[in-house]
Write a protein that binds this ligand. Structure first.
Ligand SMILES: Nc1ncnc2c1ncn2[C@@H]1O[C@H](COP(=O)(O)OP(=O)(O)OP(=O)(O)O)[C@@H](O)[C@H]1O
Ligand SMILES: [Mg+2]
Length: 305
């Protein structure tokens, strides 16, 4: 997400999704930008359409030699007759669309659903935050280093804080450029203010992405840069962002698993339930499992059959 338009949210979303998929995860990209759905272009599906099936709306599957599972892309663009049709919807329609985007697309089992947000903290973001409250959800902020973007980014940080939405960090986009003639690196926007503002807000910078022709070309050609040339400086710049997301989800998962075990310990499950569950396991594994369970649940005397 980002409060400002044009800072690279869709580029970051597409590369995050492709980067997670390249790590072997099952990934979907939900394009929540109603007025400017770009993910169809970034994954090479311009002009393609989908039809409602019994399972709901089928996302488009982006395949690539580097990927174990395709990246599934869901977008309003696939339901438009023409690519240049403007969407003129009042808020109630937008609210409904956000629900369909998450609930009516046939995402199947996913490890990650990356949601590409429109700019601002308006209807789409509020609807989404309401809808996903209490679920494993986290935000990644995209910004460019210049003052106007920074001002807006801090508002997005505040939104996350007020909604208790975990913020993984900030992706600094268009942070530096390499001269095509002499290979010297320089910055179009001074970074000092951004670094200070992020530090003041307690937000971590998880990646610095250069302004690069390769990046915009990859987006236009429909293959995210992180896959198009996996050892390029652009792809390597995205890598820490992908790892930050994986680290975040692993920490959340570990915490949830620890909590479940603790709940189980406190639940004092009746022995009959344990035996019932064990009866589903092959006979030769039952004794070992029973002992492990007893140890976990802190019961001293193993039951007899
Ligand atoms: N680091 C970069 N280097 C070169 N081009 C970039 C970079 N980041 C984004 N772009 C290009 O800038 C344009 C805007 O990027 P993008 O669509 O990702 O921004 P956005 O924040 O999603 O915009 P919007 O607010 O309209 O949704 C695109 O053409 C994209 O290819
Ligand atoms: Mg966008």
């Amino acid at each position: 997400m980002a409060n400002k338009g044009g800072v690279g949210k869709s580029t970051v979303s597409a590369n995050l999704a492709a980067g997670l998929a390249a790590e072997g995860y099952r990934v979907g990209v939900a394009d929540a930008d109603i007025h400017g759905p770009n993910q169809s272009r970034f994954f090479g599906f311009v002009g393609e359409q989908i039809r409602l099936s019994k399972q709901g709306l089928p996302p488009k599957a982006f395949t690539h030699a580097e990927l174990k599972y395709p990246v599934l892309v869901g977008s309003l663009a696939f339901m438009m007759e023409r690519d240049d049709t403007p969407i003129v919807w009042r808020d109630a329609y937008k609210h409904d669309f956000m629900h369909h985007l998450i609930g009516s697309f046939d995402w199947g089992p996913l490890d990650y659903l990356v949601i590409d947000m429109p700019p601002g903290t308006g209807n789409e973001l509020i609807t989404l935050a309401d809808m996903l409250e209490g679920h494993d959800v986290a935000a990644l902020l995209a910004t460019t280093p210049q003052e106007v973007a920074l001002m807006d980014s801090i508002k997005a940080v505040r939104f996350c804080q007020e909604r208790n939405l975990p913020l993984i960090g900030v992706v600094e986009n268009m942070a530096g450029v390499t001269c095509p003639n002499c290979a010297e690196q320089f910055h179009l926007f001074p970074r000092a203010h951004l670094a200070q503002a992020l530090a003041d807000a307690g937000v971590e910078s998880v990646a610095q992405i250069p302004l690069s022709l390769k990046l915009s070309t990859a987006s236009d050609q429909g293959v995210p840069a992180i896959l198009a040339e996996k050892n390029s400086p652009e792809a390597l710049a995205f890598a820490p962002m992908v790892q930050a997301c994986i680290k975040h989800t692993q920490a959340v998962f570990a915490e949830a698993a620890a909590q479940s075990l603790q709940d189980l310990t406190q639940a004092q499950l009746p022995q009959t339930e344990i035996e019932q569950a064990l009866s589903q396991v092959p006979a030769e594994q039952q004794d070992a499992l029973r002992q492990q369970l007893q140890a976990l649940l802190g019961r001293s005397s193993p039951p007899t059959l």
